[in-house]
Write a protein that binds this ligand. Sequence first.
Ligand SMILES: Cc1ncc(COP(=O)(O)O)c(C=O)c1O
Length: 394
Amino acid sequence: MNDNNESGAARSGRHFLQVPGPTNVPDRILGAMAQPTIDHRGTAFAALTLEIISGLRRVFNTSGPIMIYPGSATGGWEAGFTNTLSPGDKILMFDSGFFALNWKIAAVRFGLEVDFVSCDWRHGVDPDTVEEKLKADASHEFKSVMVVHNETSSGITNSIAAIREAMNHAGHPALLMVDAVSSAGSIEYRQDDWGVDVTIAGSQKGLMLPPGLSFNVVSEKAIAAGASSQLPSSYWNWKDVLPSNETGQFPYTPATNLLFGLREALSMLEAEGWSNIYVRHARLAEATRRAVAAWGLENYCAIPAKSSNTVTTVLLPESDSADKLRAVILRRYDMSLGAGLGPLADKVFRIGHLGSFNELMLAGTLSGIEMGLAAAGISHSTGGVTAALDYLKT
Ligand SMILES: Cc1ncc(COP(=O)(O)O)c(C=O)c1O
């Protein structure tokens, strides 16, 4: 019997947690966290932090500073702009999905002046628009460009390399801030090559940990911008966190046991090999998309090349309720799928295929969906699971 199920019913077998984060936490990581908490001012703890920071360099492909916060990724957003910007600063953001929208709401609350460029959520951010907006800003009023790398709501991955190129073409000196919450550790991310100034990430997705940690990965340019930044910040202040983290310490009590788990996660990812991790996510995502197409349903992402390798957002016909489908699947098959967020509520469901995840887990996930579609009376073609398995056999 397994008490890890959402529906409340007594069930055997494991609950399928197929939301796009938090993701399944491997037993090895759970075991690593189940250790006595140690003195966070001692040498063993400092060695733990330094080992983790060195491991995280491979996640973000950076040689620059990395800061770890006890706090969710939303706090990481706040850290990003409060450490670099001043009230009234103009920033460029894109209405490309639910998380982009929430990031903008946070920026407005801090008194930033946001040019929130409207986008089609099914298309994501167009680098040409970035270039146009920046070229039109001859006096360089925009202090920062903020983009979500992988929009977890729409299942779209924006090209940060193309956005950086657009900024370079425009010859614009704005900082580039990127939300890599649902890409880091699953989709290749290259902080230094892409010239990203602040990356925000969290623990509960590709890093296979429970929620509770966030990260700021920063450039020297971002730190320099911090010298004149006037937005108030205390808990998130890089001036305290950065020198502490660099010596393996924290300016406050860290989430010690999550850090035990993170060390284990990084060692698992390293053992699998980064290119293998990216290929595994790409394969499982492609198999998922083939299943969706075979069911006769629509991938919400309208540009195939931008389809996310960590989450697929599935659009249902207008007459169907995605929330009812998710409820049926949870009740009958003990599987949690992601809800539609904001304006997508009840219109889409999201399949998380990231983190600790493999072919057989995907086969189970897709089987649950295919059976759920039938149980919920949603018109579809059978054969989605077969289409996915046929692809995975190759
Ligand atoms: C792309 C993205 N950004 C930000 C967040 C917010 O992160 P958190 O819930 O850890 O604060 C999420 C959460 O799912 C996300 O997917």
